[in-house]
Design a protein around this ligand. Structure first.
Ligand SMILES: [Zn+2]
Ligand SMILES: [Zn+2]
Length: 276
């Protein structure tokens, strides 16, 4: 399976307007790979997009991806959905017009009503014939030999996804990894993608994280990401959803890859390609 990390950023893109932290300043001056788009992942085999953040049109362009046949949502939060109008952009492409089928939009059944409440525009686009909205049951769906199965996170209606093709297994948890249930079937995946949590030590001299980042709902790198890696033993872990507030430069992240090399971890950048 081949994946592209379209956007490696977190719930706010880097640089973000009005922010003068060292990460945003550097991203403004130097561009990629310090600059990061919002979180989205593309799986080539099924021409499948996981989430549609607001800058998804840019990232598809940047990565020269012309075709999307399937979209899967992890949850309704704005940083994962607000680029949903990309379906109109793709389907109104003159070059392909009249040759296109509706894009399949998959929503886990337990999250369907939330998407309908917060992203009603999707249902408008269904009436225009751009998309077909499908409820995903817990067994998931098989597309071109790839099984895509939603995994409900604990205590919420958010999802991770398990992708399986032949003996290859990818666990995709691009946000809220803190609530990932540690089930046997997730163990020893060829690849785990998960959101990078905040650091308990937010580096000396940096502004402390707001208290709300330390409360229950936010993933901690030290307490959650490492705990999950130790429990599930993936062959490779790639971090996405990287926030400027967590105050790590790309050089810091490279150092961390060395510190945790026994776990085989990588911190993604926009456009990172992974072949499993
Ligand atoms: Zn998010
Ligand atoms: Zn910033």
């Amino acid at each position: 399976m081949q994946l592209v990390v379209l956007g490696s950023g977190g719930f706010l893109p880097i640089p973000r307007a009005g922010c003068h932290c060292r990460i945003c300043k550097s991203a403004r001056q130097n561009g990629w790979p310090i600059k990061r788009h919002s979180p989205a992942i593309y799986l080539k085999e099924i021409k499948g997009l996981f989430d549609t953040p607001e800058d998804i049109n840019d990232t598809l362009n940047f990565n020269q991806i012309d075709v999307v046949e399937n979209i899967f949502y992890t949850h309704w939060h704005p940083d994962h959905t607000l680029g949903f109008r990309v379906v109109e952009i793709l389907q109104e492409n003159e070059f392909f017009k009249n040759k296109k089928k509706p894009i399949n939009v998959y929503i886990p059944a337990y999250d369907y009503n939330n998407l309908k409440k917060f992203i009603p525009g999707l249902w408008y686009f269904e009436t225009k014939g751009y998309i077909t909205i499908k409820k995903l049951t817990e067994t998931g769906v098989r597309i071109k030999g790839v099984q895509v199965k939603p995994l409900r996170l604990r205590g919420v209606t958010f999802s991770a996804y398990l992708l399986q093709q032949d003996k290859k297994k990818i666990l995709l948890c691009p946000d809220h990894a803190k609530e990932l249930p540690l089930k046997d079937e997730f163990r020893e995946a060829d690849l785990l993608i998960m959101n990078m949590g905040y650091f308990e030590n937010n580096l000396k001299g940096a502004k402390q994280l707001p208290f709300r980042h330390r409360i229950r709902q936010f993933t901690s790198f030290d307490k959650d990401n490492l705990r999950i890696i130790k429990a599930l033993k993936p062959r490779l872990t790639v971090f996405n959803h990287i926030e400027d507030k967590y105050n790590r430069t790309n050089t810091d992240l490279k150092k961390l890859e060395k510190v945790y090399r026994h776990f085989n971890v990588r911190f993604s950048v926009d456009g990172m390609k992974i072949k499993i």
